[in-house]
Design a protein around this ligand. Structure first.
Ligand SMILES: NC(=O)c1ccc[n+]([C@@H]2O[C@H](COP(=O)([O-])OP(=O)(O)OC[C@H]3O[C@@H](n4cnc5c(N)ncnc54)[C@H](O)[C@@H]3O)[C@@H](O)[C@H]2O)c1
Length: 325
């Protein structure tokens, strides 16, 4: 089926990977994409270089909170895949105002426009952080939301607003909640590129607190595949967890990257822990596997090394971004 898809945050790390996949050689036929992105410190048009000039791609520089722009765009699109967000937990701890504004009001503005203009499908990209810290086991979609950080709270609020538009108005909303992504083109404020950039520039790895916080790691290509399954075959009003299947402490991650660059553990520095730092995240992705056939395909060890190699060979992309870290 042909589709005009509005991808918000398409100049960000994950949104751009999704756009490159949609418009790449293995992408679905008959799809055109409009990227709506504010190009905050986190946005980078260079991430779209591989599809620059593609006849199916349009870029709009704008804000998801701007109702006039959003309504105009919604009127010309069949589907919305909503990645745009303020996404860095540490920044939300320093000042969460912009997080509530963009993540909650921006989502609300898009949903309202989708409803007014008969948008067929709305995919809300969320996070496992909405479940809060999970001492054991893995969060399932129907579990209560217990977000800890202002970032996670803004994403949880956005999910609820999105699902309310389904329950109240019948809008076809689908929510995805993924774990920690890694891959090329991620801003160096995030753990994997931050560690790699630090190693490549001769510094010590800053590990929060005791480093025993546990995270599940998901390669961005697996995430993109899962989002595409949800867009094309998910059910209205449903939430789907997306995990990567590799659970590591932050200290384990640091040790793996030290080995990648041939450095020893003396290059780890424990720094003051993040305020309210969640101890453990884990998601059960059995639902998306059973319903849509999703399975992570990317092997973690090789993909982590390939990702680190990518940063080694793309210094010109990330070095200027260190100023905003
Ligand atoms: N990176 C992860 O590991 C991860 C994990 C779970 C969930 N998520 C979610 O996935 C989505 C994408 O994350 P990411 O890592 O690609 O984020 P990112 O920070 O790399 O990109 C966010 C993009 O949104 C744009 N943006 C920000 N505010 C905007 C606004 N008001 N209007 C329009 N555009 C705006 C930015 O310019 C940027 O291009 C987010 O919704 C995030 O919450 C990310």
């Amino acid at each position: 089926m042909t589709s005009r898809i509005l991808v918000t945050g398409g100049a960000g790390f994950i949104g751009s990977a999704y756009v490159r996949a949609l418009l790449g050689p293995a992408g679905p036929p008959g799809v055109s994409v409009t990227v709506l992105d504010k190009l905050t410190y986190a946005g980078s048009l260079a991430r779209l270089d591989p599809v620059r000039g593609h006849p199916g791609l349009t870029f709009v520089h704008g804000d998801v909170c701007d109702a006039v722009t959003v309504r105009r765009l919604a009127a010309g699109h069949d589907e919305i895949v909503h990645f745009a967000a303020e996404s860095h937990v540490d920044r939300s701890i320093q000042d969460g105002t912009g997080f509530t504004h963009t993540n909650v009001m921006g989502t609300h503005t898009l949903l309202d426009a989708a409803l007014r203009h008969g948008v067929r499908t709305f995919v809300q990209i969320s996070t496992d952080e909405v479940y809060g810290s999970i001492p054991e086991g893995a969060a399932r979609e129907e579990d209560p939301l217990r977000p800890s950080s202002p970032y996670a709270a803004s994403k949880a609020a956005a999910d609820l607003v999105a699902l309310a538009h389904h329950h109240t108005h019948g809008l076809d909303v689908r929510v995805t909640r993924c774990s920690n992504n890694f891959g090329p083109y991620q801003h160096p404020e995030k753990a994997v590129p931050r560690f790699v950039a630090t190693l490549l520039t001769g510094g010590d790895l800053p590990v929060y607190g005791d480093g025993r916080q546990v995270r599940d790691w998901l390669h961005v290509d697996d995430h993109v595949r899962a989002v595409e399954l949800v867009r094309t075959a998910g059910r209205p009003g449903q939430t789907y967890n997306i995990g990567g299947g590799t659970s590591l402490t932050n200290l384990d991650l640091a040790h793996r990257l030290l080995r990648w660059c041939g450095a020893g553990p003396e290059r780890i520095t424990h720094v003051e822990d993040r305020k309210g730092h969640d101890r453990r995240y884990a998601v059960d992705h059995g639902k998306i596997t059973a319903e849509l056939g999703y399975r992570p395909r990317v092997g973690f060890e090789a993909a982590l090394a390939a990702t680190a190699d990518w940063y080694r060979t793309h210094r010109a992309w990330w070095e200027p971004l260190l100023e905003s870290v």
